[in-house]
Write a protein that binds this ligand. Structure first.
Ligand SMILES: *[C@@H]1O[C@H](CO)[C@@H](O)[C@H](O)[C@H]1NC(C)=O
Ligand SMILES: *[C@@H]1O[C@H](CO)[C@@H](O)[C@H](O)[C@H]1NC(C)=O
Ligand SMILES: *[C@@H]1O[C@H](CO)[C@@H](O)[C@H](O)[C@H]1NC(C)=O
Ligand SMILES: *[C@@H]1O[C@H](CO)[C@@H](O)[C@H](O)[C@H]1NC(C)=O
Length: 374
């Protein structure tokens, strides 16, 4: 519409208004406002549409197939060091487009380790006889190249890894790398993040059933009013994130496929945290708890299934040694709490526990037949 026309219309309106009674004048003004605002929104929508088309075509240039899963082999099975960005991109696309294979749902056990897995014999016992119901992914220091024996469940389960600085964004990158690998396998339904100091508290059947029946995810997420909680919120994150969105929680999560998809495809909040969550703000304590609270709060139970002991105070949780391992202690962790599980109260709140020193392996192996009912 040309400027001349608009001026003419306004002039004409003015002349008419003077002649018209007051109510008719208001109706005219209203009609004009509605007309101009709808034209503006139409223009806005059209520009948005073209922008979207442009972005989609950018993706299509990279990969002409609509299904990234079938166009390329999964990175872990090919053994290729797939570039991180391509991996994330494929995972984000796959998570949106590919329907899960529900025939034989698996739990993806993702180990984020510094070096090796000193408690692996206990895990081997845990996994034994349950082949086909789990997948394993290990992210370790890139300098660590030692391969376990071919008979081990951890044989060739290492994914292409990068160096991780504890408390830095590289830790979140490693978690996203693990999730991206795991989500590309359509049979993975639940995703657990574990460290090398974690132990399973129940046998595989119990853990598998607990996770598969759960309708929500287990990411610890709470509002901590103290300086070590709300105090770490950076007002520069506003208006994308406000203080009321801000949450804290333990990084060791257990999540559904839906929540995993949300995490691997998040660019916006990841970038915001990377820029504005710097020490004394730690991304691994705030990014995921805040993200789920912001984008899918109804999918989270807000509690973790990985037990840890903060009762001794300080900035690190307690580490358990050989002499701490007793049936009573483990049963206390396993059965002596109250929490909600799909709307009902249960005393089984934790499936895993940390931090267990390598010296605990021997007594744990002795107690294992009791713990796992074997
Ligand atoms: C789903 O998984 C089962 C068992 O692993 C397999 O036999 C089947 O072919 C898969 N289905 C699809 C559609 O991939
Ligand atoms: C797993 O443990 C439960 C009790 O926690 C027990 O009833 C069940 O028999 C065990 N299953 C296997 C396969 O060991
Ligand atoms: C978890 O917290 C969010 C936001 O605080 C809330 O909307 C949601 O209902 C909570 N979930 C449960 C199971 O309490
Ligand atoms: C858990 O709840 C039950 C019943 O509500 C109660 O008897 C028990 O003392 C509680 N246990 C703990 C550890 O809070």
């Amino acid at each position: 519409m040309r400027k001349k026309n608009i001026t003419a219309i306004v002039k004409e309106l003015n002349i008419r208004m003077k002649k018209e009674p007051i109510t008719l004048r208001y109706i005219h003004i209203l009609v004009s406002v509605v007309f101009f605002s709808s034209t503006a929104s139409l223009l806005f929508l059209v520009s948005l549409y073209f922008n979207q088309q442009f972005q989609t075509s950018l993706f299509l240039v990279k990969d002409s197939s609509s299904n990234p899963l079938t166009s390329l082999p999964p990175p872990h099975s090919s053994g290729n060091d797939v570039a991180d960005e391509e991996l994330m991109w494929r995972a984000a696309m796959a998570s949106r487009g590919v329907v899960m294979n529900k025939t034989n749902p698996k739990v993806a056990f993702m180990f984020l380790t510094r070096w090796n897995l000193p408690l692996s014999p206990l895990w081997e016992m845990f996994f034994k006889g349950n082949e086909g119901f789990y997948s394993i992914y290990v992210h370790s220091s890139p300098e660590f190249t030692e391969e376990p024996l071919e008979s081990s469940v951890f044989y060739k389960k290492r994914i292409p890894s990068k160096a991780v600085e504890w408390g830095e964004s590289s830790m979140i990158d490693a978690e996203r790398r693990l999730l991206s690998h795991a989500i590309l396998e359509p049979s993975n339904a639940r995703f657990v993040l574990l460290s090398e100091t974690c132990i399973p508290l129940f046998n595989f059947t119990t853990v598998y059933t607990y996770l598969m029946r759960a309708t929500s995810s287990f990411i610890g997420s709470f509002d901590d009013p103290r300086p070590i909680g709300r105090g770490r919120y950076n007002p520069r994150m506003f208006p994308h994130l406000s203080l009321s969105d801000w949450r804290k929680g333990n990084q060791w999560f257990e999540i559904s496929r839906k929540v995993s998809a949300e995490i691997v495809s998040d660019q916006r909040y990841y970038a915001l945290f990377k820029e504005h969550c710097r020490p004394p703000c730690y991304m691994d304590e705030h990014y995921l708890p805040t993200l789920v609270n912001k984008i899918c709060p109804e999918m989270n139970s807000n509690r973790t299934v990985t037990w840890v002991d903060w009762s001794r105070g300080g900035s690190h949780p307690a580490r358990f040694m050989k002499e701490d391992i007793r049936v009573g202690f483990l049963d206390w962790i396993r059965l002596w709490s109250n929490c909600s599980y799909d709307g009902e109260v249960t005393n089984v709140c934790f499936l895993f526990a940390r931090k267990f020193h390598v010296s605990t392996l021997e007594p744990l192996m002795q107690i294992a037949p009791y713990l796992y009912g074997i």
